[in-house]
Design a protein. Structure first.
Lengths: 259, 278
């Protein structure tokens, strides 16, 4: 009973508080801020047909989310393809680590959107530029976490490898990779989180189809209800992505590396 | 030559080891001379920081000596290898592999490829599997073969570590305080098991320990080390107790007690450990 109270009631109360505050703001507001009820009714309409398509600038919310996810998947996938092996190299070889660490420290804090114009210039298109922005912002957590993971492989495991005289292939597959996997997955999780944050902003600037563009479009239409719906959709998709990756990470984390 | 191989299977000649630290060169070991015969059980005992693990790592080939030579079976020790298997202090099992897979990794490495030196052909999967199962059986862990290290107790993990080392049929078995992290009862049980296993396999063993009873019970010779820095061999005690040895019978044996007293005298009277002022 106590458990039920804590696990169900507490989150519900949090959500209730949000709706309450929102309703109060809507009541007091003079500039047509939609109430929770109005927004909910609108959401029912929006979600009753999420996959309609009336040309490139008027598509259902489903299409918008899928286009955004596709961009994230592409940019993020490319970043993983480059970043994870790169992280392994940096972690394994001290020289490379010293060579690239200053570069990474310099480039990592740059706001991802600052890379958008470079993308537009080089790729001469909005879509590749958005993917490029996702790529550049999600590569750093994966490079850094993978490298740290490789550097933190317990010396004991490497001693086992030396005593057994294992081949480099066995060392990578049986020791390095499993030992680094939890660190790598943390990097992946951070990267996906950032990528999802950035795509909305990038799409606002580049336009096309996508949840970020949808937000901007609805602002131009002064349809605040849809903006609020979009905010919830963005939040829920981010939540689901995060939860999936945490699931994945726990499945591959073993006793001695769980810390 | 045969004779020298039996009495001097493992030779340590004038070995010194120093490390470069931020405060300058630290000399851990100096003037170590020791021969170990084939089939002999030697314990290295001393206070913590006396470099006994450093010496074991040198024999394992994990580190290279600053001075002197280490020779095993008439060949200079150039690096680590499966012929000098190590049982690590903290078991060092790979947590993502089952107990079976942990042992199999070693078996596969040693017997899965043909050996040009001895002319031994590579074994097939069934033979490797049989070897792995036999090693786990030796330490009484048939039932835990498919468990991961995270699912078994500390004593069982240490037994898998021993099984892994023994499965390689090493020329020398090196043990670095293998039972140090275990509770007294589990430790006693594993010591008894080790006695039986060593008697059956006639292994040559070098074991690092800080436990006086363990040293006297298990070994043929106890090598007592002086305190570091620049530690060396202080005294060597021959333990002339008949085998098989029983812990219970020895507990009141006057020779056992005399050996025990000799080691304690060395450790606590002549090499009383002085904590360095920081």
């Amino acid at each position: 009973m106590q458990d039920l109270l804590r696990k169900v009631l507490a989150p519900l109360m949090g959500l209730g508080l949000l709706v309450l505050l929102w309703a109060m703001v809507a009541l007091k507001s003079s500039n047509n801020f939609p109430s929770p009820l109005e927004t909910f009714q609108q959401a029912v309409t929006v979600f009753s047909d999420p996959f309609y398509s009336n040309g490139p600038n008027d598509q259902g919310v489903g299409w918008n989310v899928l286009s955004s996810l596709k961009r994230v998947a592409l940019g993020f996938g490319l970043a993983a393809l480059v970043g994870i092996p790169f992280g392994f190299l940096i972690g394994r070889f001290d020289f490379l680590s010293r060579m690239f660490n200053p570069l990474i420290s310099l480039l990592r804090p740059v706001s991802p959107l600052a890379w958008l114009p470079i993308g537009l210039l080089v790729f001469k298109g909005a879509n590749p530029a958005a993917i490029w922005t996702i790529f550049i912002c999600s590569i750093w957590p994966m490079v850094i976490n993978t490298a740290v993971g490789v550097q933190r492989v317990p010396a004991d495991y490497m001693n086992v490898a030396r005593v057994l005289n294992l081949s480099e292939w066995k060392i990578v597959t049986k020791i390095l990779f499993p030992a680094v996997l939890p660190y790598m997955l943390t990097g992946v999780r951070l990267a996906v989180g950032t990528a999802w944050l950035v795509i909305v902003a990038a799409e606002m600037l580049t336009g096309g189809v996508g949840i970020g563009f949808w937000v901007w479009d609805e602002w131009n239409n002064l349809n605040v209800k849809n903006i609020i719906i979009a905010i919830f959709v963005i939040g829920i998709v981010g939540l689901v992505l995060e939860a999936l990756l945490i699931r994945l990470a726990t499945a591959f984390t073993f006793e001695d590396v769980k810390q | 030559m045969n004779d020298s191989l039996t009495t001097k299977y493992l030779q340590i000649q004038g070995v010194a080891q120093s490390f470069k630290t931020q405060k300058g060169v630290f000399q851990a070991l100096r003037d170590i001379d020791l021969n170990v015969a084939k089939g002999e059980f030697v314990a290295l005992i001393g206070h913590s920081g006396c470099g006994k693990s450093t010496l074991l790592n040198l024999i394992a080939g994990l580190t290279q000596p600053t001075e002197g030579n280490l020779i095993c079976a008439n060949r200079e020790i150039a690096g680590p290898g499966p012929e000098r298997a190590v049982v690590f202090q903290n078991h060092s099992l790979l947590p993502w592999l089952t107990c079976f897979e942990n042992v199999y990794l070693a078996v596969e490495r040693v017997f899965g490829a043909s050996d040009r030196v001895s002319g031994r052909a590579s074994e097939n999967k069934a033979q490797l599997k049989a070897r792995t199962e036999a090693a786990l059986h030796l330490v009484g862990l048939d039932h835990a073969a498919q468990k991961r290290p995270g699912e078994i107790s500390g004593g069982m993990k240490q037994r898998v570590g021993i099984a892994r080392a023994l499965s390689m049929e090493p020329q020398v078995l090196l043990m670095d305080e293998p039972f140090g992290a275990l509770d007294a009862l589990t430790r006693a049980k594993l010591q008894d098991e080790l006695l039986t296993i060593v008697a059956n396999t006639r292994s040559t063993v070098v074991m690092v320990t800080h436990d006086v009873d363990e040293a006297v019970l298990l070994s043929d010779r106890i090598v007592m080390m002086t305190n570091g820095p620049a530690a060396t061999i202080g005294e060597v005690l021959h333990v002339d107790l008949p085998r098989p040895r029983s812990r219970v019978e020895l507990a009141e044996d006057s020779r056992y007690l005399a050996y025990r007293k000799a080691v304690i005298d060395f450790l606590y009277t002549r090499q009383a450990h002085v904590e360095k002022a920081a």
